[in-house]
Structures are given as C-alpha cells and as structure tokens.
Ligand binder design. Structure first.
Ligand SMILES: NCc1[nH]cc(CCC(=O)O)c1CC(=O)O
Length: 315
C-alpha cells in the first residue's frame, strides 16, 4: 500500500443508522449533512426497522423506554453502521457498554405544540374536546389546564397524528414543536405551549449521535465532536436526563424537565405528575452549567423527598 495513509479505522463512506419514519429520516439527514460538511466524508443513511415501528400498541404498554432505540444500537454494536441518530428524549438514561454519545447538536425548540382544528388555542377548544396524545406527561398536563378534555391515545408518525385533526377524528393533538419544525409542518401549530403550561419531556428537541466507544479517538470522530457538539445543549440534556434517571423514570413517565443556560449558570425546571392530572410536584434548581448532572439529580432528590415516586404511580 505504497503512499496510502492510514490515519484512522473509519471508512471513507460512513453509514448512519436511523429509523425509517419521516421524522427520523429528516433528523438523520440533517446530521448526515453536517457530518459531511465537518469531515469531508460521504455519509449514507441506512434504515433500521425497530420494534416500535412494528408493534403499534399503545406506546406506554409496549416495553416503555427504549423500544425505538435498541435495534438501532444493535446495528451500531454489530458494525452494520458507523453512527446512529436518536431523538434524545427517546434515549434510555442507562449507559450502554461500548456505545458513546459522540455528538449533541444544537437544540431545536424544546416546546410542546398544540395543533388544533380551526386554528383554535387550548383556551378556545370547546368543552369536552377530544385531544390526542400517547404521552402520559402530556395527558396529565392537558388535564391540569383543561380537566374537561377527553384524552385519546395516539400512535403513529407525526403526519399520521396530524391527519386525525384534519379528518375530524380529533379536535387537536399535542406534538413536539421540534419535530414539526424539522418536517416543515410548523404551519399546523396553533399554539406553542409555554414551560409553565406544559413542561417538555427531558431531552425534547435535542438529537443524540452515538458511535462505538472504540472509534471515539479517531480523527473522524474528534472532528465531528469538535465542530458539531453543542456544549449548552449537552449540559442541558445531561441535567434533564440525570433528573429522569434519579426519579427512576423512563421516556413514557409523567415527568417533565427543561434546563436552560445563561452565561455559566444553569436552571432546571422539573415536575412529576399524577397521570390523572389531579396533582403535581414541581421545583427548580440552579448552579454552574459544569455541574449539570448534580443539579438535575438534586432536583429529583428534592421531589422524591416530597413524594414523587408515589405520585407517578397513582391513577
Ligand atoms: N416519541 C416520539 C418522538 N420522539 C421525539 C419526538 C419529537 C422530536 C424531538 O423531541 O426533537 C417525537 C414526536 C413527538 O413527540 O411529537
């Protein structure tokens, strides 16, 4: 191999593993293009079918956290792909041996968005309106704001969910603003819900790019990490995910958290809801952004001391 230079074990064309949904493909396409721009390599998308795509039962009952993530990670571990992209909020909090969170790109809008018929806001929805969501966190907070609403379980990809409003089956759905923005469907949003109205899921709006731990020290990943990783987003999701982990809750639990950074200072808002929306425990914690995990964990401990575990388990 005269003249060949071996600077890393990473191939020239990278395979990026992704779920096949419109949102996953869009998110992965965004990451693929930024990796290409940062490294000069070609990145091709490889679709991986996951249990969450195959089993269309209510999300809260088909194995909780990680249904979308396990198959994608297995393809990474098996060497079928070189990097994978997840929605951060779907990522279980437990670390996995041999897999590293290589890049956290800058966060999209973390808010939840109401997509209602006839351009209605939450206050304007008629008494008893039918609102679709598969998320106990969103259901609980909707019921706190509007106890009269009928919550209808909802699965399927983002365009399918929006279709249930346009076909008259539902009066409204609640979806992540980030996903709608990325899919160029922001025109369906009739109200962005504030953190006081609806605290988002830990990690919502952020993406997670994982690679094999064995590859992290290659020039390729160092270039990716150096150019694409967003310190503020990484710190915020570290705090939110540490909050979730200490609560021993998963991505389908009635738990909301949102961290923000101003200068060196981080503030996290966190809440735990009774699934019925009857009660909530809410708090906040602040500190240096460098202590993100401790800040999130301290807030969780505070809410646990106030009875969070029992609250989440109630009806
Ligand atoms: N559970 C499905 C899921 N996982 C991540 C997102 C949104 C994308 C994001 O958090 O950036 C969605 C759809 C939704 O909640 O509307």
């Amino acid at each position: 191999m005269v003249g060949a230079e071996r600077t890393s074990v990473i191939p020239r064309t990278l395979k990026l593993g992704t779920r096949g949904s419109a949102l996953a493909m869009t998110q992965s396409g965004i990451v693929a293009r930024s990796v290409e721009a940062a490294t000069g390599r070609i990145v091709e998308l490889v679709q991986i079918r996951t249990e969450g795509d195959i089993n269309l039962g209510p999300l809260a009952t088909i194995g909780g956290t990680g249904v979308f993530v396990a198959a994608v990670r297995a393809a990474l571990a098996a060497g079928e792909v070189d990097l994978v992209v997840h929605s951060c909020k779907d990522l279980p909090t437990a670390p996995v041996d041999g897999i590293t969170l290589a890049v956290v790109p800058p966060r999209e809008d973390p808010s939840d968005a109401l997509c209602a018929r006839d351009d209605l806001t939450l206050d304007e929805l008629p008494l008893g309106s039918k609102v679709g969501t598969g998320s106990p966190r969103r259901a609980a907070q909707l019921l706190r704001l509007r106890p009269d609403l009928t919550i209808s379980d909802l699965r399927g990809n983002v365009p399918t969910r929006l279709g249930k409003v346009s076909n008259g089956e539902l009066d409204a759905v609640v979806l992540a603003a980030s996903g709608l923005n990325r899919l160029s469907l922001a025109g369906s949003i009739t109200q962005i819900l504030t953190a006081a109205q609806m605290l988002p899921a830990p990690g919502q709006g952020a993406l997670a790019v994982e690679c094999r731990t064995a590859d992290v020290d290659t020039d390729f990943y160092q270039a990716c990490i150096g150019q694409l990783d967003d310190f503020a987003t990484r710190a915020c999701i570290a705090a939110e995910r540490s909050f979730l982990a200490v609560l021993e809750a998963g991505c389908t639990a009635p738990v909301g958290a949102l961290a923000t950074i101003s200068g060196d200072e981080m503030t996290i808002l966190g809440a735990v809801f009774a699934p019925s929306g009857s009660t909530e425990l809410r708090g906040s914690a602040s500190g240096f952004a460098a202590d993100a995990e401790v800040i999130g964990a301290d807030l969780a401990s505070q809410l646990l001391a106030e009875g969070a575990a029992a609250l989440m388990a109630t009806g």
